[in-house]
Design a protein around this ligand. Structure first.
Ligand SMILES: Cc1ncc(C[n+]2csc(CCOP(=O)(O)OP(=O)(O)O)c2C)c(N)n1
Length: 574
């Protein structure tokens, strides 16, 4: 009898045991009524808990942890408002295929449906933005559900999974039977493998192409296929264009790295894609920010699409040959089949397409003591030798970072691509810090987005962690201001932005704040931030009305770019 009593565990205890069995070391969360049994049991678990200041932050931290480490991130929240506060973070992870498990408390099972205090149907709310979700009402379901949730989150195309556990299920006790058998879910077949005949067809298309371009996406990073991509490029001599989330999947310093494609991609990259006779798309999904008008996208090119998720095939762009499977396996299969390639005429043509881009490059622009955001990015890249983990927010600074901070390694740029979530950077960087305690981490955020989750400065202070924070402060919601300048006759509706004194804000949190207003100050202040033991926030006061070039207007043809005026026109205050 005593032995039986000893082995009975509460649902709350089982939850943490189950997380430990999945290898979880840290979770990000916020307590409340319906999750209190779990929080009580947490005190006896070796799992570290990071107390966030808003549940959105918990979701972004779990997301940043997952992006930086490749492991599953975990967020915890209570029912009702706690759970709904997770929603933006879950959607962010969903659109970028980030493996994450969110645990929410739910009202006791006998009051579900009665509009009980803090009751929200969170499985209903998150149905379209989770890969899968569960409502657990029985203690016996907790262990198998957590196991399944991790399996679903990390297998196949990764994504967020939510497990909603009623309070009574957390409080009840049971004797757990831990299963060691592999999880098998009816109807869920996450593994695919490209057929040998299709690989041979692809190899023939690749060998026969005269103007091929590789489009490297996030899948390269996620599948850890960067080394194989390198071998494939060395062998075939095909130049590589990257998506925003694909940056770092192929070294920016490689001679065949073209740079970023799409709305704010390099002009020659977009032109090369439009002139290509073959696109080899690897782990990317032809997002509208990448293709521009799909009707005129690379019309002269045959398209091979290597993609894990069959639902992506022919979704946005019709392709000639889909290779459904893990991109690493696909590349491994293709490598021995493709011939060594010499593409000199095509590379010369691309060099020609680069044309006057250099003179339009803001790096060539005299700064006359003023501070351009692009200069800050370039200097940060130079000073950190391109080795930092950079976590960006959303807006102009995000695009300048993508253009001017050259990433040579995967998982070094963490950014919200699909959902474009302002407020992502600061909490995601906190998550990345727990994934990689030794890394140099830079948050790069706009003055607008930073304020959306600035409360997490308190989390940084409480946890005593070190980050470097660069606020690219232009006094506007810059990217929207730019669209207003280009497409709404310069009518700045609700984009001028007043901010707190960021230096004082940092200091109020017990952190260090610094300000930079000229380019000369960038280097010494960045050096001081890097060598400081604690978190340093730098308020970079940059040009207020600078724009990101080139730009493909939404829905326009990919080659129809707005270019930086050339020669660069000096602005009035010179
Ligand atoms: C949560 C959220 N709300 C609104 C937007 C729309 N949006 C995209 S960029 C942007 C402006 C960002 O301004 P800021 O953070 O100052 O960065 P900047 O563009 O100036 O670099 C806005 C409002 C968004 N992406 N996310």
């Amino acid at each position: 009898m005593n032995a039986l009593i000893d082995t009975r565990r509460t649902g709350a205890q089982i939850l943490w045991d189950a997380l430990r069995r999945e290898g979880v070391e840290v979770v990000f969360g916020y307590p409340g009524g319906a999750i209190m049994p779990a929080y009580d049991a947490l005190l006896d678990s070796p799992i570290r808990h990071v107390l966030v200041r808003h549940e959105q932050g918990a979701a972004h931290m779990a997301d940043g942890y997952a992006r930086a480490s490749g492991k599953v991130g975990v967020a915890v929240a209570t029912s009702g408002p706690g759970a709904t506060n997770l929603v933006t973070g879950i959607a962010t992870a969903m659109l970028d295929s980030v493996p994450m498990v969110c645990i929410t408390g739910q009202v006791p099972s006998h009051v579900i449906g009665s509009d009980a205090f803090q009751e929200t149907d969170i499985t209903g709310v998150t149905l379209p933005i989770t890969k899968h979700n569960y409502l657990v009402t029985k203690v016996d379901q907790i262990a198998p559900t957590i196991r399944e949730a991790f399996y679903v989150a990390r297998s196949g195309r990764p994504g967020p999974v939510l497990v909603d556990i009623t309070k009574d299920a957390q409080q009840a006790t049971t004797v757990v039977q831990w299963s060691e058998r592999p999880v098998c879910l009816p109807g869920y077949r996450p593994e695919h493998r490209a057929r040998a005949t299709d690989l041979s067809r692809a190899a023939a298309m690749i060998d026969g192409a005269r103007r091929p371009v590789i489009l490297a996406g996030h899948g390269i990073v996620k599948a850890e296929a960067d080394a194989l991509l390198g071998e494939f490029v060395e062998r075939t001599g095909i130049p590589v264009a990257s998506t925003l989330l694909g940056l770092g999947g192929f070294p920016a310093s490689h001679p065949l790295a073209l740079g970023m494609m799409g709305m704010h991609g390099e002009a020659w990259v977009n032109r090369a894609i439009q002139e290509a006779d073959l696109l080899v798309a690897l782990g990317m999904r032809f997002d509208d920010r990448v293709t521009g008008n799909p009707a005129t996208f690379a019309v002269g090119a045959k398209k091979i699409h290597c993609e894990l998720d069959p639902a992506e095939i022919n979704k946005n762009v019709r392709v000639d040959l889909p290779l459904v499977g893990d991109v690493k396996e696909t590349l491994r299969g293709l490598l021995p089949l493709v011939a060594r390639g010499e593409r000199a005429p095509w590379l010369e043509r691309i060099a020609e397409l680069k044309g006057d881009s250099a003179v339009r490059d803001i790096q060539q622009m005299p700064h006359h003591g003023r501070l351009f955001a692009a200069h800050v990015m370039h200097d940060l890249w130079r000073i950190t030798e391109g080795k930092a983990v950079v976590v960006t927010d959303v807006g102009q600074h995000q695009m300048w970072e993508a253009q001017y901070y050259k990433h040579d390694h995967p998982r070094k740029l963490l950014t919200s691509g699909g959902l474009g979530t302002m407020g992502f950077a600061l909490p995601a960087a906190i998550g990345a810090r727990f994934a990689d305690p030794g890394a140099e981490i830079w948050v790069i955020a706009g003055d607008g987005g930073f304020q959306m989750t600035a409360c997490e400065l308190s989390t940084i202070a409480q946890e005593g962690i070190k980050l470097n924070i660069a606020i690219i402060n232009n006094g506007y919601l810059g990217m929207v201001r730019q669209w207003q300048e280009f497409f709404y006759d310069g009518r700045y509706s609700a984009t001028p932005l007043k901010s707190p004194d960021f230096v004082k804000l940092a200091e109020a949190h017990g952190l260090t704040g610094m300000r930079v207003t000229t380019r000369e100050e960038v280097e010494p202040v960045v050096a001081a931030a890097r060598s400081a033991p604690g978190t340093v926030l730098i308020d970079f006061r940059v040009e207020q009305e600078d724009s990101v070039y080139p730009m493909v207007p939404a829905g326009a043809d990919l080659h129809d770019m707005i270019r930086r005026p050339s020669p660069i026109v000096e602005t009035a205050h010179d």
